[in-house]
Design a protein around this ligand. Structure first.
Ligand SMILES: CSC[C@H]1O[C@H](OP(=O)(O)O)[C@H](O)[C@@H]1O
Ligand SMILES: Nc1ncnc2[nH]cnc12
Length: 288
């Protein structure tokens, strides 16, 4: 069924300032999964509702390993978001994806460890498909918007999510290249997995800030370089989001991802953990 768009934006490094939304309102959202990274800002851009959340919190206080990805996605779902766009700083493992370029990624390799990677668990077992973790229509719309802003954008690329917070060694950087990864960051996982469990189409627009550490005779990446390149590109990212909003079709057609949980829950109704079911009300209430 067609409906209205409500775009959730998770803003990463260098993007905590948000999107300059019209009629903006800050809201503290409570989640049964704990504290989100901070309050969300909700408002409109070109008539489309947007809700923004700074992934690392105000003033970049939360490291990638400590971001409460579950609470963030749950909070966006509770706000009525229909689709999620992640904006992230990324390192490049691919010569053609140069600093200053954008990449609308389409695949992930998950090398994170120890993060809460699912809303489900004992008493409510679910297995969603993650073969195609990125929503094609969001990705295409992002590519069109960035292109229209005159920036270089790569349509597709594999993002390797590392644990961090240290950057990679040269050997790791080259290993990830050999695995076929194009770009690297520390936050897309488990964010993308959780968005799928919450039946939220997800796309990640990365801004290449550096060549990571695989290039011979070149210094490896450091945070200062990342933030300098982000600062130079943040206006383009904001403009691209305006363009994205302006060019969205007026009605949102349903996506198959809206029904990702249709056949995912394995636990027999009588065996389901009631407390967990209550926590899952926003994420999975449609099928519980
Ligand atoms: C500041 S460099 C490393 C940092 O930047 C990226 O953050 P985000 O994905 O939230 O833009 C990367 O994943 C690391 O967390
Ligand atoms: N080289 C890199 N490695 C991990 N995360 C990053 N974010 C930006 N550049 C990065």
């Amino acid at each position: 069924m067609a409906g209205a768009w409500h775009i959730g934006i998770v803003g990463g490094s260098g993007l905590a300032a948000g999107l300059d939304l019209e009629n903006a309102q800050e809201i503290e959202v409570e989640s049964p999964f704990g504290l989100p990274s901070g309050p969300v800002t909700t408002g409109t851009l070109g008539g489309v509702r947007f809700t923004f959340l700074a992934r690392h919190g105000a003033g970049h206080r939360i490291p990638p390993s400590a971001v409460n990805y579950r609470a963030n996605i749950d909070a966006l779902k509770r706000c009525g978001v229909t689709d999620v766009i992640a904006l992230s700083a990324i390192g490049s493992l691919n010569e053609a994806m140069a600093p200053g370029h954008f990449v609308a990624v389409d695949q992930f390799i998950d090398r994170t460890s120890g993060r809460e990677g699912s809303f489900f668990g004992p008493g409510m077992v679910a297995h969603v498909s993650l073969a195609d973790p990125v929503c094609d229509r969001l990705r295409s719309a992002l590519v069109a918007a960035v292109t229209a802003e005159g920036a270089t954008v790569h349509d597709g690329g594999t993002y390797l999510a590392m644990e961090g917070p240290q950057f990679s060694t040269r050997a790791e950087s080259r290993l990830y290249q050999a695995w076929g990864a194009d770009v690297i960051g520390m936050t897309a996982m488990p964010e993308a997995r959780l968005a799928r469990e919450a039946e939220l189409p997800y796309a990640l627009l990365g801004m290449v800030t550096d060549y990571d550490s695989w290039r011979e005779n070149e210094a490896g990446v450091d945070a200062a370089a990342v933030l300098a390149v982000m600062a130079a590109n943040v206006a383009t990212a904001q403009q691209a989001m305006r363009r994205f909003a302006a060019d969205l079709p007026p009605e949102r057609e349903a996506s198959p991802i809206d029904r990702a949980l249709d056949f995912a829950i394995m636990t027999a109704p009588a065996q389901r953990d009631r407390a967990l079911a209550a926590k899952l009300q926003a994420v999975a209430g449609r099928v519980l």
